[in-house]
Structure formats: structure tokens, C-alpha cells
Design a protein around this ligand. Structure first.
Ligand code: S3P
Length: 434
């Protein structure tokens, strides 16, 4: 696919529902009593894998519309052993969270994933679940994972890495564990699981760096609206920040402070951001975000800020290439374990199109030049966030970007190029059908 430069992006838009919350809504809805009606569901390759997973476990999911689901919960002990492995596809969130949910269930469950998911670290969830009494086997630390449901005991667990997925796995297992389960975080990570469990009636205590959940017999959600995904809005916001004359407003966007770090950092770099109509959506802070292009300067991102924009760092790197001066990102080693080695990819792909980027021991450093990137070839390496990097670099570049493996965006945002084509007319050129 070719992405051509555009003069400016001027648009109002909405993006699909938050992927992290969509996974959680289906998984928690599956173990609720009765029906959960989810609106604003963010349908994508990843979240469809979650729908398929709970269906395989005996849960009925009715698709009322593309973004409206009814999940007919079977209760905390109601999931049934499927007769085939559960395929988590590319979705790390699904594999790690469902491991926690199944650990206290009845039966034997095998979790498999695609090539990328099968090389991502899984001992990080297996280890705390074993401490709770679960039977979890990994394959040399990776998927396939085999879980045999067991009677669980609550634990106090200090996370060795800041990971919302691992925290969530322990909390979900904690629902069925005897006693009170506490997870201590080295840095605050996204708290969607805690918020949803609280909403579903679990006894949850949230503190700045720890969270506690008590054993529960019954959860009930009934209705849930999901706000727009800031990770899916990020490409349009970053493009608007760096393409002169742009003004983009994204409506109904989730603005959880543990997710919205991109906005704070862009603001620090000099971006003009305004937030209107602040309101809660489904128990999450949300609002309409307007971003207008301006001259940017480099910024330093500290390790404790990284979890608040971990998935947006590839896009922040594109903004940093267009800003005046240095941008340094610390404490981002976790990027190596995402859908690809994103640290290596950010450095290599941006260098190929004219960026002055180098890796550091735990992140990257960019020498920004307030001029358009040259352009050239960007390879997504099958990673949706890198495809978005290539697309944004393309619209902001001088010569355009030849984007390889562009369809990787399907993982989180299947309509991405259509939306981009609408708000940046002339930017998106699909390859001729063969
Ligand atoms: C996610 C947590 C983050 C993030 C991922 C989604 C979640 O991963 O990168 O895309 O939904 O909990 P880690 O928990 O591995 O940091």
C-alpha cells in the first residue's frame, strides 16, 4: 500500500471502542450472572478472538450490531472445557487474561496463538498463578499454555514488570481464590480490569500502586458502554500535530489518566490540545479531544510515564522526528516483548525514511528536525502499531511511504485506512487487486 503526503488533515471523527476494555467486557461478561449488553464494542481481529474464545467455553454471544454484543454470562464457575485448543490469535491481552480466568475453573484448557504471540513471554502470568495453586504449563516460557483448573488461594503479589495484563490475570484468578488477593505495581498501569470488576459488584480496593480483590461468588454487569480507543485515535492525533494546518477532533474518546500519556507528552512538546465535553463513559473518564498543528519541540519521557502511552510510543517517535531538538524515552525495554520487537523496529524503520533515531539501553533517542521526514519503505513486520507508524509517517513525509504488510492494522482497527483516506483525501492508495 502507498501512503502519500497530504497538505493538512481537518476532520471530526470517532474511533472504535477501546480494545483493552472490549476484551475485558467480553471476558468478565462471560462469567457474570445473566446478560451483559455491550455497546461501543471495538471489533477487531484481537477482540473477535476473545468472542470466539468465550464461545468455545460455552458462552453465548449475540451480535446485535457490529459494535453491540450481548454476552450471556454463565457465572464464575460456569465455563466448560472445550474439545479443542483456544486460539488467541495475535492477542496477548486475551491469552494472559483468560489464563487468570481459567486458573480457578474446572477442566483442562489449552491456549495457543499465532507465530508472534507464541514467542512472547508467558511465564510472567504462569508464575503468579502457580503461586495461587493453579496448574499452568508453558512451552519453554511461551504458548502453548496448558491450564488445569484448581482450588486457588489468594496471594500478595509484587509485579516484577509493570504489566496491566499480568495484574489483570492475577486479579481475575483472585475472584475465585480463597482470601484477599493483592497486586503491587512498580508503576501504575491501566486499571480497566479493576474498574470493570468494581462495576460488576466485586469488592475491589484501588490504591495508587496496588489493588486488592476479594473472593466473589457473583458478578453482574448488565449494561456497558465502551469509550473510543485512544490507541486507535493516536495516529490521527499525531498526524494532526505534525502536518501544518491540521485540526482534528476525536469524539467520545477514553481519557483514563493511565492511558492518556500521549496527550500529556504531546502537550509538553507544544501541541495545541483542547478537551471538550468531559464525561464518564462506562465508568471511564472520556471526552472530545481537539488537536491543532503547531511547532513541536523535543521532550523527555520518564520510565514511570511509559505505561501511560506504551502502545503509542511508535507514534510518539514519528512526532519526535518532526520536533525541534532531542526526544529521549527512558524505561521502555518492555517494547521488545510486544507484537514485534518494537524498540528495534522504531529505530530501524524510522531511520530508513530519514529519521535520526538510535536505541539506548532502555529506550530510544531521537534528534528532531522540524521538517518533513523524507519517506521511503516502512515494513510493519506484522505489527499493527508499526503499520500505524508507517501510515502517519507517510502522510507527514515529503515523498510518501510504501507500507509493507499494511493489513496488520486489522488486529486492532480494521477500518483504519478508510478513516485515514476520508480525513486525508488522496493519502491512501490500495494495491491493485491481483
Ligand atoms: C494491555 C496492556 C499492555 C499493552 C497491551 C494491552 C492490556 O501490555 O501494551 O497492548 O489490555 O492490559 P502489558 O500489560 O504487557 O504492558
Amino acid at each position: 500500500m502507498r501512503i502519500e503526503p497530504v497538505p493538512a488533515l481537518v476532520a471530526h471523527l470517532a474511533v472504535p471502542g477501546d480494545k483493552s476494555i472490549s476484551h475485558r467486557a467480553v471476558l468478565i461478561g462471560a462469567v457474570c450472572e445473566g446478560e451483559t449488553r455491550i455497546s461501543g464494542f471495538g471489533r477487531s481481529g484481537d477482540t473477535e478472538a476473545t468472542m470466539a474464545a468465550v464461545r468455545a467455553l460455552g458462552v453465548e454471544v449475540v451480535e446485535e450490531d457490529i459494535d453491540v454484543l450481548r454476552v450471556l454470562g454463565v457465572g464464575l464457575q460456569g465455563l466448560r472445557q472445550p474439545d479443542a485448543p483456544i486460539d488467541c490469535g495475535n492477542a496477548g491481552t486475551l491469552m494472559r487474561l483468560i489464563a487468570g480466568l481459567l486458573a480457578g475453573g474446572e477442566g483442562r484448557f489449552e491456549l495457543i496463538g499465532d507465530e508472534s504471540l507464541s514467542v512472547r513471554p508467558m511465564e510472567r502470568v504462569a508464575e503468579p498463578l502457580r503461586r495461587m495453586g493453579a496448574h499452568v504449563e508453558t512451552t519453554d516460557g511461551h504458548a502453548p499454555l496448558v491450564i488445569e483448573g484448581a482450588v486457588l488461594q489468594a496471594i500478595d503479589y509484587e509485579l516484577p514488570v509493570a504489566s496491566a495484563q499480568v495484574k489483570s490475570a492475577v486479579l481475575l484468578a483472585g475472584l475465585c481464590a480463597e482470601g484477599v488477593t493483592t497486586v503491587v505495581e512498580p508503576m501504575p498501569t491501566r486499571d480497566h480490569t479493576e474498574r470493570l470488576l468494581e462495576r460488576a459488584g466485586a469488592r475491589v480496593t484501588r490504591r495508587p500502586t496496588s489493588v486488592t480483590v476479594e473472593q466473589t461468588t457473583r458478578l453482574e454487569l448488565s449494561e456497558l458502554e465502551i469509550p473510543g480507543d485512544i490507541s486507535s485515535a493516536a495516529p490521527f492525533l499525531v498526524a494532526a500535530a505534525i502536518v501544518p494546518g491540521s485540526a482534528v477532533t476525536v469524539h467520545g474518546l477514553g481519557l483514563n489518566p493511565r492511558r492518556a500519556g500521549l496527550l500529556s507528552i504531546l502537550e509538553r512538546m507544544g501541541a495545541k490540545i483542547a478537551i471538550y465535553n468531559r464525561r464518564p463513559i462506562g465508568g471511564e473518564p472520556a471526552g472530545d479531544v481537539e488537536l491543532r498543528a503547531s511547532e513541536l519541540v523535543g521532550a523527555t519521557v520518564s520510565a514511570d510515564e511509559v505505561p501511560t502511552l506504551v502502545d503509542e510510543l511508535p507514534l510518539l517517535a514519528v512526532a519526535a522526528c518532526h520536533a525541534r531538538g532531542d526526544t529521549v524515552v527512558h524505561g521502555a525495554s518492555e517494547l521488545r516483548y510486544k507484537e514485534s520487537d518494537r524498540l528495534e523496529a522504531i529505530v530501524e524503520e524510522l531511520r530508513r525514511i530519514g529519521g535520526h533515531v538510535r536505541s539506548t539501553s532502555d529506550g530510544f533517542r531521537i534528534k528532531g528536525v522540524p521538517a518533513r521526514l523524507r519517506g521511503g519503505v516502512v515494513d510493519s513486520r506484522g505489527d499493527h502499531r508499526l503499520a500505524m507508524l508507517g501510515a502517519v509517517a507517510g502522510v507527514a513525509s515529503r515523498e510518501g511511504v510504501e507500507l509493507r504488510d499494511a493489513e496488520a492494522v486489522e488486529t486492532s482497527f480494521p477500518g483504519f485506512y478508510d478513516v485515514l483516506g476520508q480525513i486525508a483525501p488522496g493519502a491512501v492508495h490500495y494495491p491493485a487487486a491481483s
